[in-house]
Write a protein that binds this ligand. Structure first.
Ligand code: GDP
Ligand code: MG
Length: 441
């Protein structure tokens, strides 16, 4: 969970199980948010149904309020759908390990080749970059520049032999690597602007010639929904073992990541986040999940969900206040927190005849005092909160120690609570409030 989300919710507290209506409403919002983030529809459907299932089975959590619980479920599901653990490169038993890059033109393959080479070199490997993109006039030169920057050797066709054959170059590079003791070969291939059969065939031919240990599909995270079609075409045409997401430094919202992973079943292994060679790292599903959750959209939806919960909670509380039944210290605390946060009960009470006394009582709650009150109540056992009569001298001392206040303050709080409770009983037995849940008709 991102820090930002945690802090948004840290001041809120409510309890109870998620109702089906809450879950449905929240799932609707998640669905919209994911679609807006360019996640493919079938993926959204699966995702939402998972979240729904888990939310239904979720036990009431002491530590999290319902909104936080939903966020946690969404986060967990995002991490799962994004692959759970980071998948590492598989190295060949007999070097060289052959890594082949495939993807559309402009996806970032050549840049990635350099990044990966540098990354591996820093881990003590000796990679060889291979220029098997002989389609674009400058492609070989571009790889040579990248190789130089990364400080790794580049294998390219002999100049002046006309247009070389990428399959030959790739095959030759593996022999070259063996000869020169390179333990890794990274093959940069040609891409086209769109999916096309010739391109697929060439990539498949290279694959057959070198039998790579890893085929990595390189995809631009900014292309959104198109990532799915492209990934499917490459899956059928060439096949791949892992995915590299590029241009994650842009405003890509993560939809491509979710969709590609889910639809192809292949792990996202690396992330590219800029034009410099250092802008590169292994892909971490949990970080991506946070990134997606950090989006304004989802944040908003969670705030909306929170508001719904709060309103329902306020209505429930109003019912309790009016009937005076089962009013506990937990409710007392909750009521004060709610008053501080939005004041609906105060407003509600103020609008009702005969409720002025109650409102005054609530108004007496000093803002700065609330944190101390909260600390005191939270230092009590659940039994003490439900039955404050239990709180004797030794319990008062324990609670005072636990919450860092004086014994007198604990005693005063309990007295205040009994007053509030008594007042509520009187009101419940008195006039009754028409139209209120629990009130007399
Ligand atoms: P290729 O056609 O697949 O080989 O793609 P290139 O490696 O030539 O990259 C195409 C363009 O995207 C170049 O201008 C790169 O500098 C740029 N590029 C590649 N990766 C990233 C990235 O992670 N972030 C950003 N902002 N630009 C990138
Ligand atoms: Mg290229």
């Amino acid at each position: 969970l991102s820090d930002r989300l945690t802090s948004v919710f840290s001041s809120l507290r409510s309890k109870g199980r998620l109702s089906d209506a809450d879950i449905d409403a929240t799932c609707r919002e998640i669905r919209i948010a994911l679609l807006e983030a360019d996640v493919a529809l079938p993926v959204v459907r699966d995702f939402v149904s998972h979240v729904r299932e888990r939310a239904r089975g979720t036990e009431v959590s002491q530590a999290l309020n319902p909104a936080q619980q939903v966020v946690k479920i969404v986060n967990d599901e995002l991490v799962t759908i994004l692959g759970g653990e980071t998948r590492r490169l598989r190295f060949a038993k007999n070097p060289p390990t052959v890594i082949m890059l495939a993807g559309l033109q402009g996806a970032g393959k050549t840049t990635l080749a350099g990044k990966l080479a540098l990354w591996l070199r820093e881990q003590g490997h000796a990679p060889l970059l291979v220029a098997a993109d002989l389609q674009r006039p400058n492609a070989v030169q571009q790889l040579q520049v990248v190789g130089e920057r990364a400080g790794v050797a580049v294998h390219a066709p002999e100049p002046g032999n006309g247009v070389g054959d990428p399959v030959q170059v790739a095959r030759g590079s593996v022999e070259q690597a063996r000869r020169l003791q390179h333990d890794i070969v990274i093959i940069d291939t040609a891409g086209r602007l769109g999916i096309d059969q010739e391109l697929m065939k060439q990539a498949a031919d290279i694959r057959d010639a070198v039998q790579p240990d890893e085929v990595l599909f390189v995809v631009d995270a900014m292309i959104g929904q198109d990532a799915v079609t492209t990934a499917q075409a490459f899956m059928e045409g060439v096949g791949f073992d892992g995915v590299v997401l590029t241009k994650l430094d842009g405003d890509a919202r993560g939809g491509a990541a979710l969709s590609v992973r889910h639809i192809t079943g292949r792990p996202i292994m690396f992330a590219s986040t800029g034009e410099k060679l250092e802008d590169f790292d292994a892909f971490h599903p949990d970080r991506m999940a946070s990134r997606i959750l950090d989006m304004g959209d989802i944040l908003t939806l969670i705030e909306q969900a929170q508001r719904t919960f709060d309103e329902q909670e306020a209505a429930r509380m109003a019912g309790k206040l009016v009937s005076g039944d089962g009013f506990t210290l937990d409710d007392f605390l909750e009521q004060m927190m709610m008053v501080r946060k939005m004041g609906p009960i105060k407003n509600l009470l103020g609008m009702m005849p005969g409720m002025g006394q109650m409102r005054d009582q609530l108004n007496q709650v000093d803002e700065r005092d609330l944190d101390r009150v909260a600390a005191i109540i939270r230092s009590m056992t659940p039994g003490e909160r439900a039955e404050p009569k239990l709180i004797n001298g030794s319990r008062r001392a324990r609670i005072a120690r636990g919450s860092g206040v004086t014994v007198t303050e604990v005693a005063n709080l309990v007295v205040r609570f009994f007053e509030a409770q008594k007042m509520m009983r009187q009101m419940a037995g008195g006039m009754g409030i028409p139209g209120m849940p629990g009130g007399r008709k």
